[in-house]
Design a protein around this ligand. Structure first.
Ligand code: ATP
Length: 513
């Protein structure tokens, strides 16, 4: 069986080979944790973004979208807490000179112990039939011991983070005997805080230039425009503002391909509500966001909620939707109840009121906010990872297929003339000219039809359409389905409606409306 690490390696090389993702500036040996999207990747990414955008802005009458600048007034980041508190605890191993996030080292250590519990349970289940009381007791004792270890570490870690006690964070690493995965040694430096924001200079004359930041999240562009949008859009609470765009973080450990990048894209929505209603809206948005994911048809087992143990400085409740990536369950999306923290801070730092007059209550207040925040690149990775498959076919051959949700596939149909002559290319061209106004379609006349199928399977094209000699007289073509590989003879003028049923975003949106 292919191991998850191999699957992940295959995925990375597949993404490159088929024009989805390239290392940035590869001819100069690349730039760490920065990636470019190729011809197919850009289309897939656009489609995911569009699915998100339409589900937010088009399906909700009370959500509007904006597009704020990446550069913002530097005080924004003072007010938001990012200048003082947007940092990760880092630790270096003195032998390998590798840098790690201290919190991640601890979390991974805990995950390993959790793995041991799972193994014990699996072993017990396998021996179920001849499992006697003695075995039960010893398994139970081991599981309890592991669980106690986990609880102790988590409690110490939570406490250390709350008190910002970096010496204690290091002590946990020492006590747990965590070793550097590269050098295998326990020779660690002290833990230090490291701010993740990139800074640059605004202005051409250095003495007059002021330091500004590349935004580390898109959310603040929404907060500072809260009143602009509310007033010009005559929005009534509850209402939301959505935005997609680039964010930048100088991540300490940038590994795992596009999972953790230094330049990435977020899709965020801030939902402004009456104070006191946050619990209800938090639950509502958890549910809404999970159904957005589920509608894509990816196995539901791959998603789970994870409540934060340590809440960010702004949050009164927070959870992640985690996805089972090839390297385990990790955060894909965050749902945060942010209280009135951000608007209150902006009111204080700007000296401008950030209040909403509620006509029903006849009262002004600073609204509370529920945020949904998902990384577009992480979503891309989740979709690619769950779609890439190697299949054994009945005739003994193999195929690599990217079974993307058809609505998100970069190319919806590929049109092939069986041969490059006898008027077949002209018919194929005509079909393309008819379909191209609605869908991204492509033409391919090279190699055998079998090879052409394989090429389209590898990029996830839901339909292949072959024009043959009979098409000249019966005005029909063979349409082949990517997933079932079934071929069907259909009239050329039926193609549009057949493709429509499978690939239109509308069908996805209807599932969640
Ligand atoms: P993590 O704990 O993985 O660093 P986070 O909790 O800092 O993530 P948020 O600040 O909640 O992440 O950002 C919201 C979303 O943005 C995340 O759920 C993730 O999908 C995405 N995201 C955050 N950082 C990165 C990154 N470096 N690269 C790619 N996507 C990211």
């Amino acid at each position: 069986m292919t191991q998850p690490e191999d699957l992940f390696k295959n995925l990375i090389s597949h993404a490159k080979e088929y024009g989805f993702i390239f290392q940035s500036s590869e001819i100069y040996d690349g730039l760490s944790a920065v990636y470019d999207y190729g011809q197919n990747g850009a289309l897939l990414k656009n489609n995911i973004r569009q699915y998100w955008w339409q589900s937010m802005v088009q399906l909700h009458e009370n959500i509007v979208g904006i597009d704020a600048a990446i550069f913002m007034h530097p005080t924004t980041w003072k007010a938001s807490g990012h200048v003082d508190a947007f940092s990760d605890p880092l630790i270096d191993n003195k032998d390998s000179k590798k840098r790690y996030r201290a919190d991640v080292l601890i979390e991974e250590h805990v995950a390993k112990i959790e793995g041991k519990i799972e193994k014990e349970v699996e072993k017990a289940a396998k021996r179920f039939e001849n499992f006697d009381e003695k075995m039960f007791r010893s398994t139970n004792a081991r599981v309890l011991e592991y669980q106690k270890k986990i609880d102790d570490i988590n409690a110490r870690f939570k406490n250390a983070l709350e008190k910002n006690d970096l010496a204690e964070v290091k002590q946990i690493i020492v006590d747990c005997e965590i070793v550097c995965p590269v050098s295998g040694s326990k020779n660690w430096t002290d833990v230090r805080q490291f701010n993740l924001m990139f800074s640059t200079q605004l202005g051409s004359v250095s003495e007059e230039a002021s330091t500004i930041y590349l935004r580390p999240e898109t959310a603040q562009g929404i907060f500072v425009n809260f009143l602009n949008v509310q007033k010009t859009g005559r929005m009534k609470i509850p209402f939301g503002i959505a935005q997609t765009g680039k964010a930048f973080r100088n991540e300490i450990v940038a590994r795992q391909f596009i999972f953790r990048m230094r330049e990435f894209e977020q899709m965020e929505m801030q939902f402004f509500i009456r104070p006191g209603t946050q619990k209800e809206w938090y639950d509502k948005w958890k549910e809404t966001r999970l159904s957005w994911h589920k509608a894509l048809g990816i196995s539901e087992k791959k998603y789970r909620f994870h409540d934060h143990i340590k809440l960010a400085h702004y949050a009164d409740a927070a959870c992640d939707i985690e996805f089972e990536f090839p390297f385990g369950f990790k955060e894909l999306e965050g749902i945060h109840s942010r209280s009135d923290f951000d608007l209150k801070q902006h009111e204080q730092f700007s000296g401008r009121k950030q209040q909403y007059f509620d006509p029903e209550l006849n009262q002004s207040y600073i609204p509370y906010v529920i945020e949904t925040s998902i990384g577009l690149d992480r979503m891309f990775l989740a979709i690619m990872a769950s779609s890439l498959k190697e299949e054994k076919l009945e005739d003994g051959s193999e195929r690599v297929v990217l079974s993307l949700p058809p609505q998100l596939a970069p190319i919806k149909a590929a049109i092939f003339p069986l041969v490059k002559k006898d008027g077949l290319p002209e018919i194929a061209e005509k079909i393309i000219n008819d379909l191209k106004f609605d869908y991204n379609v492509t033409y391919d006349e090279k190699d055998t039809v079998g090879k052409r199928y394989r090429r389209q399977d590898a990029i996830g094209t839901p339909y292949c359409i072959t024009v043959d000699h009979e098409s000249l007289t019966d005005h029909c073509v063979t349409i082949r389905d990517r997933d079932t590989m079934k071929q069907e003879r259909v009239a050329i003028d039926k193609l549009k409606s057949i493709i429509e049923q499978k690939v239109s975003l509308t069908s996805l949106l209807k599932k969640i409306a």
